[in-house]
Ligand binder design. Structure first.
Ligand SMILES: N[C@@H](CCC(=O)N[C@@H](CS)C(=O)NCC(=O)O)C(=O)O
Length: 190
């Protein structure tokens, strides 16, 4: 039986979720996706994609920004938008560093050096957030989904890395109260 997840429709959006299966290693078979990949009219075919009427979007951050624009979650002042742009790209850099480590055949060898970089990274996020409730300012924006994700992943490597940054811990807790579904989905995928 497939799982059924019920939840509030905060943004009044209806959507169909399209899942492509690929099976388990070593018999991974991507043909379900590959048979469609170049037939969807996507400029840069990839997963995830979002098709909303005539808008066909790939790149997860482009999808996130599109949904944020539709729902006024981009920041309102120039200062908030600049902060969102900065932290969006900062998260991307840190995500790439995680990817380079996790997909590296030399993972165990490279991990100690990576662990040394975590305190300074977390410190910069903590200083940037300061006393604000959300990363762009007083209101939640799309970048809080990105920062939640990256700040939630680092303690997997270094469980105590957020202990000295109470504002980051409060941010994560605040986010989890508002978006329990997002939290739940991350538990499933990580
Ligand atoms: N920068 C892209 C990366 C997309 C990507 O790497 N997608 C992976 C899954 S996470 C994939 O399987 N793409 C399908 C493909 O390459 O055909 C994004 O953020 O959306």
């Amino acid at each position: 039986m497939p799982m059924i997840l019920g939840y509030w429709n905060y943004t009044d959006s209806s959507y169909e979720e399209k899942r492509y299966t690929m099976g388990d290693a070593p018999d991974v078979d991507r043909s379900q996706w590959l048979n469609e990949k170049f037939k969807l009219g996507l400029d840069f075919p990839n997963l995830p994609y979002l098709i909303d009427g005539s808008h066909k979007i790939t790149q997860s951050n482009a999808i996130l920004c599109y949904l944020a624009r539709k729902n006024n979650l981009c920041g309102e002042t120039e200062e908030e938008r600049i902060r969102a742009d900065i932290v969006e790209n900062q998260v991307m850099d840190n995500r790439m560093q995680l990817i380079m480590l996790c997909y590296n055949p030399d993972f165990e060898k490279q991990k100690p050096e990576f662990l040394k970089t975590i305190p300074e990274k977390m410190k910069l996020y903590s200083e940037f957030l300061g006393k604000r409730p959300w990363f762009a300012g007083d209101k939640i924006t799309y970048v809080d989904f990105l920062t939640y994700n990256i700040l939630d992943q680092h303690p997997i490597f270094e469980p105590k890395c957020l202990d000295v940054f109470s504002n980051l811990k409060n941010f994560l807790a605040h986010f989890e109260v508002i978006f329990p579904l997002f939290f739940l989905v991350l538990i499933f995928v990580t």
